[in-house]
Write a protein that binds this ligand. Structure first.
Ligand SMILES: [Zn+2]
Length: 491
């Protein structure tokens, strides 16, 4: 926060600050092959993918229709389940068919149990509902006409109530994803209508959200339209410069006001801080930004593609060619979808939106089924790591945050984990969930390697030739995937 640059000055900034950027500072993850380094992904994978599905219009029937196939292992209408780890999102306050905690508007006092609460709790406790899609569809359209101008209609208490209820029910989502126009959204540097991080508004609650355990925030602007994947290794500086020159900076460097007038986003004063933010925007899956209250949060990006992200666009969002390039560059992608919404692949919202409807059952068309199979083949062959959004993000976060010391002698290398250190989340012990699938690379000639946690307990690591990092072995814990509860469903 500090430097006031004009829109034109901001648009020129990437060209000035990122000229000659080295690969090492570009967001690429390159383990140091001479010693012990955290691997790019759990063993044996070379790239990562998560599906971030917004719950809009997604009934329980629709949810089970496609998740039973994608996540489960039993036989379904689409064929045998693919066994992938794909999570989903929910609301706190809802009035329709999306799983939610409380039925009705946040300003209704009844707080009656919401739709599909039983399933929400069961799947949520097991880790499948890892994303809160903001607090609900808090459109002012649902506010009674006589209360439209009431500033207390949306309040911090409504947020606190939802968090308490989640706590009571044992739900611990760590991913916060904004929902179209909801005042309960977080705005960050692009904030205008978003109130959850606006300390001047009665709905302010970012402090409560963080305290509850939300770690990763998707803000409206954090959408990639034509760059598939983050933390990409462009191979050499020429390819990196070419990608930088092609990157479309415009929407990242401006915010709009209530009249949709563009303003420059606030920039830090120093060139190093400015460069770091630009690299984050360009090529990091997770990057720190300033919230409207001045505190720092971890923002993450989702890949949308050019078309509106509704069910039928999925086969164009994820293709064999895009996955090839992602694996080549050892990157990660979080795909942005609405499998509960079905309609034309519209680039022009005004023309396509009136044709949208709730997804029919079956929710997946044959092209989407083929795309999920393509993803599953790559996961099974050991190239593509597929995990819930929170678990992919936590892996990518941990790879930078993990701290450890290495003692080397001729017979043995000893790795002692000392904790995690993050400029936003702070310094502390690593949690067991953060060490799921922990993997290091070591040079092939390294002697025996042992790994100990903070309390000095040995971790049950295995060692194998690394198929991705040349000349290295991987020393790793087996990734523990979530298990989908397969069971007969009413049809
Ligand atoms: Zn939404």
């Amino acid at each position: 926060m500090g430097a006031v640059l004009s829109l034109a000055e901001l648009q020129a900034l990437p060209g000035q600050l990122l000229q000659g950027l080295p690969i090492e500072g570009s967001g690429a993850h390159r383990p140091d092959r001479s010693g012990v380094a955290v691997r790019s992904f759990p063993f044996p994978y070379r790239a990562g993918l998560a599906m971030s599905n917004d719950c809009d219009s997604q009934s329980l029937e629709c949810l089970f229709d496609w998740h039973d196939f994608v996540n489960g292992r039993a036989s379904t209408r689409y064929g045998d389940g693919l066994g992938l780890e794909v999570g989903d999102s929910f609301w706190v306050y809802g009035g329709s068919v999306e799983p939610h905690l409380f039925k009705g508007n946040p300003f209704d006092a009844s707080h009656a149990d919401g739709y599909a609460l039983g399933e929400l709790v069961e799947l949520g406790r097991a880790g499948w509902f890892d994303t809160l899609h903001s607090f609900g569809n808090w459109s002012l359209r649902f506010v009674p006409p006589d209360r439209k101008d009431d500033p207390s209609i949306h309040s911090r208490d409504q947020i606190a109530r939802g968090l308490e209820r989640m706590d009571e029910l044992g739900l611990k989502p760590s991913v916060y994803v904004n929902h179209s126009g909801s005042p309960s959204n977080v705005g960050g540097p692009w904030g205008w209508y978003q109130k959850a991080d606006d300390p001047t508004h009665g709905l302010y609650s970012l402090d409560l959200l963080k305290q509850f355990g939300f770690r990763y925030f998707w803000l409206d602007s954090c959408t990639q339209l034509d760059k598939f994947g983050e933390d990409l290794d462009f191979g050499d500086e020429w390819h990196l410069q070419r990608a930088l020159n092609r990157f479309r900076w415009f929407h990242w460097l401006r915010r709009v006001d209530a009249d949709r007038r563009p303003h420059p986003v606030a920039m830090a004063d120093g060139a190093d801080e400015q460069r770091e933010l630009l690299v984050g925007i360009f090529n990091r899956l997770i990057f720190p930004v300033d919230a409207q209250d001045g505190s720092r949060i971890l923002a993450f990006k989702r890949y949308r593609d050019i078309d509106q992200p509704v069910g039928p666009t999925f086969p164009m969002q994820v293709t064999a060619a895009k996955l090839d390039a992602l694996e080549q560059a050892r990157g990660s992608v979080v795909v942005y979808q609405h499998f509960g919404v079905f309609g034309p692949r519209g680039r022009l919202p005004a023309a396509s939106r009136p044709h949208r409807k709730r997804s029919p059952i079956p929710a997946l068309d044959e092209h989407s089924v083929a795309t999920w199979r393509l993803i599953a083949e790559r996961q099974r062959s050991g190239s593509l790591f597929v995990a819930t959004t929170s678990r992919l993000l936590t892996w990518v976060w941990m790879r930078d945050a993990l701290r450890y010391q290495v003692e080397q002698n001729d017979e043995r290398w000893t790795v002692r984990i000392s904790g995690v250190e993050c400029p936003v989340l702070g310094t502390r012990d690593a949690q067991a969930a953060e060490l799921n699938g922990l993997a290091f690379t070591v040079p092939r000639h390294a002697p025996e390697v042992r790994v100990f946690d903070e309390r000095g307990r040995p971790l049950p690591v295995r060692r194998a030739a690394d198929p991705v990092h040349e000349g290295c072995d991987a020393v790793f814990l087996e990734w523990q995937p979530l298990e989908w509860p397969d069971r007969p469903r009413a049809t």
